[in-house]
Design a protein around this ligand. Structure first.
Ligand code: DLL
Length: 427
């Protein structure tokens, strides 16, 4: 882990990326038949790759490729050189199996330790790791990184929330790592236990693994009186540790692009978009051994910027993920992402950060029902609030749900383990 690489001049970084891309493409071509065929078919030889922009000549790798090559068709090393296996948390179809050599695990520790530093943690502080341990990359990814960074790790894993509150209080955890929805559930559980979550020693929440809008972050920060730092990553590339916000600016996540090279493409045409335009994030690993990945279509929608960051780090930043290309809800011709609905409804103070979207099809017509939870303290006029929310949705998104239900605090199901599910498609 070095300060220097994080502050490298961009021209130098490009040189490093170019060199690493040349190596990665040659290595993948040599060791993974899948890539050899894909490159041959695209008419690209490893020797054609000279500098980092040549990445654009490479074919994409997709989620389907991972599924087709299940379980180990994309691995570039012998089984005996694999030290660890993880799997993606996909809810449908076969999981994506990913592998790590010893060097890959070291790399993972390094990028995660960097993330902890960017998040503003200090070595010696106590990190409560409430990401799930197991095949999911969240638990062990944060665990290794926190140890490498020099933190004291509490391997709490997901769930057991009352105990987690006690641990945070009694062991004086300085930071907690968990999904954003779990951070709120944690705060809620503390309140039920008559522990004021704001009084807990926690000063940083390293949240990630699922989308989190700005109002949701504010809610987390307010409820826990802590700084919320967003983390992004995916198993196919390594797990968490691909990108993280810096605590200095909290303004987009720095991508550790000396190891993961980002592009943003038009999700429909695959064309590379200029900086600042929103599209699908595509990532190429530059130093991975067991599982090199060329131009992986993440499905995650975001924007990139190389504008100067207040923290002085020079690495490109990505915006919070607005949605996944496959999360797009199309109802009666209107295209929407759940996060857009979330951002609008959470602007209302009376609304708690719990909602669900139910999609049905009646007589060949799609309908969307939105259920929103009210804050416990709300005792205002519900009908009025309802019409205000409907009006805001219509103005902001040109969309009105077929039904909008406001329910009491505590009604909607909480996610204690794993990723939150907000959209229920019954069509
Ligand atoms: O979720 C890795 C991770 C663990 C990241 C802990 C951050 C913290 P997967 O289970 O493979 O890996 O899921 C990857 O989750 O493609 C995104 O769709 C989503 N995702 C991850 N981080 C964010 C985020 C981990 N900050 C998939 N915002 C990704 C929105 C996120 N979506």
């Amino acid at each position: 882990m070095s300060e220097t690489i994080q502050h490298t001049r961009r021209e130098e970084l490009r040189e490093l990326q170019s060199e690493r891309l040349r190596e990665t493409v040659a290595y993948a071509y040599e060791n993974v038949p899948f890539y050899r065929e894909a490159l041959d078919e695209a008419g690209v030889a490893p020797s054609d790759i000279e500098q980092i922009d040549d990445v654009r000549t490479l074919p994409f790798t997709t989620k389907e490729d991972f599924r087709d090559e299940y379980p180990d068709g994309l691995f570039a090393v012998d089984d005996a050189d694999i030290r660890r296996i993880h799997a993606s948390s996909g809810t449908t179809g076969k999981p994506k199996i990913v592998a790590y050599t010893e060097d890959d695990l070291e790399l993972w520790d390094e990028v995660m330790a960097r993330s902890m530093d960017a998040a503003g943690l200090d070595p010696g502080e106590t990190f409560q790791n409430a990401y799930g341990y197991g095949l999911f990359t969240g638990g062990l990814g944060f665990h290794g990184g926190a140890e490498a960074f020099g933190a004291t790790v509490i391997p709490a894993s997901g769930g057991n929330t009352q105990r987690q509150v006690e641990l945070a209080r009694d062991l004086e955890s300085d930071a907690i790592g968990c999904t954003p929805s779990y951070a709120l559930y944690f705060a809620e559980t503390a309140e039920e236990m008559d522990v004021d979550p704001r009084e807990l020693p926690l000063s940083t929440v390293l949240y990630g693994a699922e989308p989190c809008t700005e109002p949701m972050r504010e809610e987390i920060e307010e409820r826990l009186d802590a700084t919320g730092i967003e983390n992004y990553g995916l198993s196919e590339l390594i797990g968490p540790g691909v990108a993280v916000e810096c605590h200095e600016a909290q303004d987009g996540m720095h991508i550790w692009e000396d190891h993961f090279y980002p592009e943003v493409v038009d999700p429909r045409t695959g064309e590379v978009l200029p900086e600042g335009e929103e599209g699908e994030l595509v990532l190429t690993s530059l130093t991975k051994e067991a599982l090199p990945v060329l131009r992986y279509r993440t499905g995650d929608l975001t924007t990139l910027t190389t504008d100067e960051c207040a923290c002085g780090r020079t690495m490109v930043r990505m915006d919070g993920v607005t949605g996944r290309a496959d999360d797009l809800i199309i109802v009666r011709g209107v295209n929407l992402y759940p996060s857009e609905i979330e951002a609008v409804v959470l602007e209302f103070e009376a609304v708690a950060p719990y909602y669900r979207i139910d999609l049905e099809r009646e007589d060949n017509l799609d309908t969307l029902e939105l259920t929103i939870e009210l804050q416990e303290a709300f005792d205002g006029d519900r009908d009025r609030l309802r019409s205000e929310i409907l009006e805001r949705l219509q103005n902001a998104l040109s969309f009105t749900p077929d039904e909008l239900e406001l329910v009491e605090s505590g009604t909607l199901e909480r996610t204690e383990v794993g990723k939150v599910k907000r959209v229920y498609d019954h069509r």
